[in-house]
Every structure is written in structure tokens, then in C-alpha cells.
Ligand binder design. Sequence first.
Ligand code: ACO
Length: 457
Amino acid sequence: MSGLASMFSPRSIAVIGASRNPRKIGYELVSNILAGGYEGKLYPVNPEGAEVMGLKSYVSVKAIPGEVDLAVIAVPAVHVPEVLEECGQKGVRAALVISSGFREVGNLELEKRIAEIAKKYGIRMLGPNIFGLYYAPSKMNATFGLSRVFPGKIAFITQSGALGIAMMGWTNLYRIGVSAVVSMGNKADVEEADMLDYFSEDQHTKAVLMYIEGAKDGRRLLDSMSRTSLRKPVIVIKSGKTDAGASAASSHTGSLAGSDRVYDAAFKQSGALRASDLAQAFDWAKLMTMQPPPANDDCLIITNGGGVGVMAADACEESGIRIRPLPEDLQAGFKKLMPVFGNSKNPVDLTGQAYEESYAKSVDLALRDQRVGSVIVLYCQTAITDPVSIAKSIAETCESQGCEKTLVTSFVGGAQCNEAMQKLDELGIPSYPIPERAVSAVAAFYRWQRYKAKKGI
Ligand code: ACO
């Protein structure tokens, strides 16, 4: 197994610095690995060799009888070199160095030393100064973040540890599934570019989302982004845009934020989709991991409310999505599904009297028509319709159709709309509480399609 394969899919893990004290990080790491359902061998390592959480523990990694693919190291920084040296002698292939106390506090020499040891033994090392690594396909939560993570298809790479841990909470709260959460830390060995290359090939990942403050090797990162963007969407949040942000980034991770305009142009050139904030980044990733890309440039909006239809049409035009009046024959089809006072152009306004059946049949018509490339379905809550039933009817139609083009929804209203959107998300149809967020996600999908088309893909 290669170093990164051992890091993501280890057959065995040693937690060095495992502790029986629940207030220690070494305890939480073992506890999370167990709680996550990891199915390989787990070896706690502790100088006393006492049991940790019912598992036999070992006085050193070298005392472990079997092979060790991955070492998770959580001992004070000064002990990391000797521990890593032992890992090398044991034949460990990969290491997550959780410990802080290196470059981020000016301890450059110590960081250089551990990088050299890792290199000498061919160990791929993530960190130091990280909260760990979560990888859903291996059921491996080797982090001291939250114990429960919602599994899915988004790989999240983050330069900020605290943000990564917080996002693990979001995955459950908003049911946004992740294939991986990677804490980059000081990047003494493994950098974002290595991770991108890995996820580019990873069949369990459909989109990559990155939070970065600055790059160690900008050229390498952009090359990797360009390669990955040809295969799957790469969504980037790059902070440190302003002088105040750049100075904060410099004291947070020592990153030189660089000129924001230069980054912006470089991201565009490499096909990376730059999101302005976390909510937007996850909105985009949600769509891109749940739905196929648009089949062509024409987008169709279906609504039961004129106002939200107009807002969505505005947002579409502003973000480069084409909204054209529908051809006569298609309009005739929609007219049969609405009262006489409806509107069959585009947006198709089914009116406030649109029930399950008219939504289902309209979505069916839109999904079947080759001239439609993507569909945005809007619903405004009314007293005479049930959002949850409408959501189900949309999902059933999509399911029976095979849904080969982008379909997104936005349900605007109260608690029942929330319930309806949750149902849709669960059934693989992304849903957003306001039309503009749905449009923004579709627009990002189109931008990615255009990038690939420009590259001949
Ligand atoms: N081999 C095996 N075990 C060892 C060794 C060794 N060489 N040396 C120490 N240990 C054991 C200790 O005995 C202890 O176990 P015990 O509780 O049974 O006695 C355990 O390892 C931990 O060692 P401590 O000295 O108690 O250290 P502590 O747990 O307080 O801290 C840690 C260690 C967590 C690595 C700390 O030094 C550190 O770096 N903390 C910061 C981590 C961090 O924040 N990372 C960045 C995250 S990103 C973000 O921003 C959230």
C-alpha cells in the first residue's frame, strides 16, 4: 500500500499517547476510532502499557506484535521525533501528527527534524498540529473532533483545525454528507496538492471542498486543482481577502495571503470554484454530490408563486444561467397542468393551486424534454397545499425517471417546508430555503461544466 492509501485505509492503527484520562486528546482519539466503527486492528500505545478502553495497550509502537499501517501521534512535541523514529523502525507507512508546538510557535528546527525522519523512513506524514483525519469508507474517525459525522461524498480539506471540527457538527445538523475531513496543520510533509491528487482518484468522493489561507507551493497546488477539476468539482474558500484578513491569516497559520486578485485569477484558470463563504461552499457541494451536471445550457424554473419565480429568474440571469421562453409545444404541455391563469413561459407558474399532481407531472415533463438542461423547482407554502406531499411527489417522479439532469428545489415557508426539504435532501434532491441559494448552486455547476468544455471534456 502507498503512504496515502495507508493513511486513508489502514488495516491497523496505533494511537501513540493513548490515555485512560477522558480529558486528554489521546483518550478522545481512541474513543472516536472505536465509536466510528473502524474495523481494522487498533493498538493503543502508552508508557504504562495499561489497558485503554478495554484494549490491550503497548509500551511502544515497536512492542506491537502485528504490522502497523497508520500511527496517530498525540504526545508532547518534544517526544515526537523519538516516536516517529520508532514508527520508521517498525515499518509504519503513514502518520497523523496531532501534537502542536512546531512551526506555528516558531519551533522550525523541531518541525524540520520530524520531516526529515518521516522522509528517511518513507512515512507520509499529515501535520503536525492537526485534529486528525476522518474517512467514511474506512469508518475511521481518527480525530479529536465530534464522534458522529454524517457520511457522504464531499471531501473537506481544511487549514483551520477549529473550523474543521465545527464542520463535522454541521454535517449532522444539515445532513451534508462527507467522505473525508482532513486537517492540514503545518504541512511539514503532506500538502493540499497531495490530498487533491488522492481525492481526484477516490471513487468515494464526488466533490472536494477546501478551506485555505495560503499555499506553501502555489504552483503545485494550482496544477493539482487543474487536474482534479477535470474529473470532479473543486470548491475553494480562500480567506485573507482583505488587509485585516491577510494579517489574521499570517498570525493564524503563518500563511502569506498574497494578492487576493492573483488567487482569484489563478483559481479561475485552474477550474476551481471559489465560494464566498462556508454556507455557499456547502450549498454547491451538496448539489454537485447529489445530482448529475446540467445536460445543456437551458434552465427551466417551475414555481407556484410568481414572486419567487421572478427572483430566481433574476438570480439566474445575474449568474450566467440561460432562461429562455419555452418552445410552443412544451408550453402547450405545461398549460394542461395549470389553471387558465397560470403562465407557461419560463418561469412556469403553476399558480398557488398547484397540488402534488401538477408538480409531479410538470417535473416529469421537464425532465423528459431534451431541450431542458436543468430544472429549478420552487414552492411557496400555501394553506391549501401540503409541502411534504409535494416534496414526495417530486422525489418519486425523479426516481421513476432516472433523473439525468440537474434538479434542485427551494421550499419557502415554515416548519413543514423544513420537513419537506429534509425529505428531499434524504432522497437525493438538494433543497434550499431560498431560491437564490438554489440558483447559486446551479450556476456553480454550470461554471464547472464550462471549464471542462473549454478543456475539451
Ligand atoms: N509514547 C507513548 N505514550 C506517551 C509518550 C510516548 N513517548 N509520551 C507520553 N505518552 C503518554 C502520556 O503518558 C499520556 O498518557 P497518560 O494520560 O496515560 O499519562 C499521554 O501520552 C499524553 O501525554 P501528556 O504528557 O499527558 O500530554 P497531553 O495529553 O497533555 O498533551 C498533546 C499531548 C495533546 C499532544 C499536546 O501536547 C498537544 O500538542 N496539544 C495540542 C493538540 C492540537 O491542538 N492540535 C491541533 C489541532 S487543530 C485545532 O486548532 C483544533
